[in-house]
Ligand binder design. Structure first.
Ligand SMILES: [Zn+2]
Length: 204
């Protein structure tokens, strides 16, 4: 296996990247000057060093010596709600639109239909622990599940609803999901701010 094959194999592990695209990336890099590849190598090695994972919402944030991210630590964050999203880019999309001011939780994936080991695919245990932690403060009143409107999103919603039920019942926490505005198949990542705002305001 030469260096090209090795890199190709690594690129092919990226989400949405097949062997053919992986090969194109490798040849693209070979045509760049060494300044470009050095910069890329440095950026890669800095990534893990400079970015931490929040121990509360599980999103990635610039390492500032804290275990929880800015949003989780901020006194301006509304403690009454937790909005559950699939991935970091979904968080970024909702956060930057500026209309939602509560807590977040990043699930880290969606559950395929008939998934045999759901707890390995998403942060199920972490979610239950975080909801319990927030519920015990007495502030948490509502959990909003904001997943993509497709089969996997619906499947994940049903699963989460089930595992959180003992807590939502015990602590009288309302569980809601996105309402009208998002059409079937919509992905949070690609939805514009106005649509998201409408869907969250009309949650059910
Ligand atoms: Zn956080």
């Amino acid at each position: 296996m030469d260096s090209r094959d090795k890199l190709e194999r690594l690129f092919a592990m990226f989400p949405g990247i097949g062997p053919r695209q992986a090969k194109r990336f490798v040849y693209f890099l070979l045509t760049r000057n060494s300044g470009f590849t050095s910069e890329l190598a440095l950026a890669l090695s800095d990534l893990k060093k400079n970015i931490s994972q929040c121990n509360s919402c599980y999103r990635f944030f610039p390492n500032d010596g804290n275990t929880a991210c800015q949003v989780c630590r901020s006194v301006n964050t509304d403690q009454k709600t937790i909005l559950i999203v699939e991935k970091d880019v979904d968080f970024e999309n909702v956060h930057k639109s500026g209309f939602y001011n509560g807590r977040f939780f990043v699930l880290g994936g969606l559950l395929p239909i008939l998934e045999e080991e759901p707890a390995k695919k998403i942060r199920a245990r972490e979610l239950v622990a975080e909801v319990l932690r927030q519920a015990e403060t007495g502030n948490l009143k509502e959990i909003i599940i904001a997943l993509s409107l497709n089969g996997e999103g619906e499947n994940t919603y049903q699963y989460i609803k089930g595992i959180l039920q003992p807590l939502t019942q015990k602590y009288s926490i309302n569980l809601s999901t996105l309402g009208r505005g998002l059409s079937t198949g919509s992905e949070i990542e690609y939805s514009d701010g106005e649509t998201l705002k409408y869907a969250i305001e009309n949650r059910k």
